[in-house]
Ligand binder design. Structure first.
Ligand code: N01
Length: 535
């Protein structure tokens, strides 16, 4: 190259959990790495998701890096389920501990990535106009990092304060004496409404689809519990990697609900409900496979809602009825259903009476009713799994763009690479267990595979690696076939791309389990990189 564009071995896009681990690994290998992050600091999804009550639904001791014994011993988690500020502090701690921050370019987006076939290099164009070249691109862009465009007409006319859970102001807003409206009852909406309800003048929750939510039973961790992990980390982390979704639950989900009587089912569900957390869905190993078992689990949650919510009509509206439990990611809450017993909280069923438009003063429903709001909060979800990749203008071999290639749904080989896009690696991409698993160990697994593969390319003196198109097609057929064995396709969920207008509807993550996936990945890698081609 004769111009003065800086050239690196690798470009990493994003400095969340995935990006900073990739940066650490590649630097240890002695590579020249450029890491670019849109936020002003590390953290990725956990940097932006600072809405009130934002909290992880996977236990802190498990939702953390395992690659460094020093880091896992030094860091002190306080609660069973960490809140966003604690997770963000943890990521910052890791970045500082590994001296990574100075190698990251913050407040900068990668707008475009173009593959140069002759030079076997990617050229990246940044939001500030700068360009860099790199042999490898690592897309650590996150699965739930691009908010869905709000599809509510008239929002531009609304004169009150408009807030989004996906881009919450750094300074905590005050809702005292305000009429607040919150749209969306996924995890973000449930956590936000539960947290702000006591401090609002009035809160109106606009619900289109009710969600199944189980109590977190979050609490400070006892010194004994922490010690039991810290003194057994290698064994616990190894056991976690043998568990279906890389998560250890109190109940390993070995029992089939089908083999139990109704009474036995109820007793086990009650025990899991009391323990709390996502493990509830794994009370039985056939909850998302067997319709009868699924109905029994869903009925149990509906009964809990009726027992908790005093007004029977409100309880009815809050009870999901038209899709299987587990087909949308279940929510984990700390007193969500209870807020509907407060005098200052109302529920509006916008399935029955849809929002027609936003007005200058609030929201107008189809019935003509107008609800005036001082603040409107959008918790309306994400363009999941593909949004962050598709918004970068990525062109691969022969100028073919990723968004064109993915027009009918994402195509990847093992969720890691895309045919026609050499040397571009995805971390927890569509076609891998990803969002169906504990993200941090899945990120570690992918980052380790990617960096080992890059090391191997160097050792072999090969300049390019990409998947064979036929292998990619076979893998996507397998991802589709596995999803068809489950009830998880039976909801208009973000797993299916159904929440975004015009998005292709395919089940995006690999639903065959993390352990099966890891075995397939290991076997194909050790068998001469089956399904990949070097150039
Ligand atoms: O988004 P969602 P989220 N008018 O897509 C509604 C992870 N996460 O940000 O279902 C009215 O789940 C939409 O209604 P409907 C977790 O994996 C984890 O809450 O489309 N309503 C739905 O109710 C989670 O699954 C944690 O009918 C509209 C809501 O908005 C994922 O992120 C915390 C609408 C969107 O729910 C996404 O969760 C937070 C419209 N025009 C997030 N458009 C934890 O670890 C959308 N909706 C706990």
């Amino acid at each position: 190259m004769t111009d003065d564009v800086a050239q690196f071995d690798a470009l990493i896009v994003g400095a969340g959990f995935a990006g900073i681990y990739a940066l650490h690994r590649l630097r240890k290998m002695g590579l020249e790495v450029c890491t670019v992050e849109a936020g002003a600091d590390v953290g990725g999804t956990w940097y932006w998701n600072r809405y009130p009550g934002a909290r992880c639904d996977t236990e802190s001791m498990q939702y953390s890096y395992s690659f460094s014994e020093e880091i896992q011993q030094e860091w002190e988690w306080t609660e069973l389920y960490a809140a966003q500020p604690e997770i963000l502090s943890y990521i910052k701690f890791v970045a500082d501990r590994l001296e990574l921050r100075q190698h990251i370019t913050f407040n900068t987006r990668v707008d475009a990535l173009n593959w140069d076939d002759d030079a076997s290099l990617w050229t990246a164009t940044f939001s500030d106009g700068r360009k860099v070249r790199a042999r490898y691109c690592i897309m650590a862009t996150g699965c739930l990092s691009v908010a869905k465009e709000p599809d509510i007409s008239g929002l531009e006319d609304y004169k009150g304060r408009l807030l989004k859970t996906s881009d919450w102001p750094a300074e905590e807003p005050d809702f005292l004496d305000e009429r607040v409206g919150l749209i969306g009852t996924g995890s973000s909406g449930i956590q936000t409404s539960t947290t702000i309800a006591p401090g609002c003048g009035n809160l109106t929750v606009f619900q289109r689809t009710p969600n199944y939510s189980v109590p977190a039973n979050n609490r400070p961790m006892s010194a004994h519990y922490v010690e039991s992990w810290k003194s057994n980390y290698p064994e616990r982390r190894a056991a976690l990697r043998q568990s279906r979704n890389y998560t250890l639950y109190n109940n390993p989900g070995m029992r089939s609900g089908q083999e139990l009587t109704e009474c036995q089912q109820k007793a086990l569900l009650e025990a899991e409900w009391q323990i709390g957390g996502i493990g509830f869905i794994y009370t039985f190993n056939d909850t998302t496979k067997d319709r009868e078992v699924n109905t029994a689990v869903a009925d149990f949650v509906r009964r809990k809602i009726r027992e908790t919510v005093e007004d029977p009509q409100t309880a009815e509206v809050l009870s999901p009825g038209d899709y299987p439990i587990g087909a949308k990611r279940i929510c984990v809450d700390t007193g969500y259903y209870e807020i509907f017993n407060r005098d200052n909280v109302d529920l509006v069923d916008i399935r029955a009476d849809p929002v027609e438009t936003a007005t200058a003063n609030g929201l107008k429903l189809k019935s003509g009713q107008e609800i005036e709001l001082d603040t409107m909060i959008l918790a309306t979800g994400y363009d999941a799994m593909t949004g962050a990749l598709n918004r970068i203008d990525i062109s691969g071999r022969e100028g073919r763009t990723l968004s064109q290639e993915w027009d009918a749904g994402p195509q990847t080989y093992l969720g890691l690479m895309v045919a026609g896009f050499p040397n571009m690696f995805l971390v927890t991409g569509p076609g891998s267990p990803s969002v169906l698993s504990n993200m941090v160990p899945s990120i570690e697994e992918h980052v380790e595979w990617i960096t080992d593969t890059i090391g191997d390319l160097h050792d072999r003196n090969e300049s390019e690696l990409e998947p064979v198109r036929a292998a990619q097609q076979d893998w996507m057929a397998e991802v589709d076939a596995v999803s068809r064995k489950s009830l998880m396709r039976e909801a208009a969920s973000w797993y299916m791309g159904a929440n975004v207008d015009g998005k292709a509807q395919v089940f995006m993550p690999y639903a065959g389990g993390s352990v099966t996936y890891a075995q397939i990945l290991d076997q194909r890698t050790s068998d001469g990189m089956q399904g990949f081609v070097y150039r």
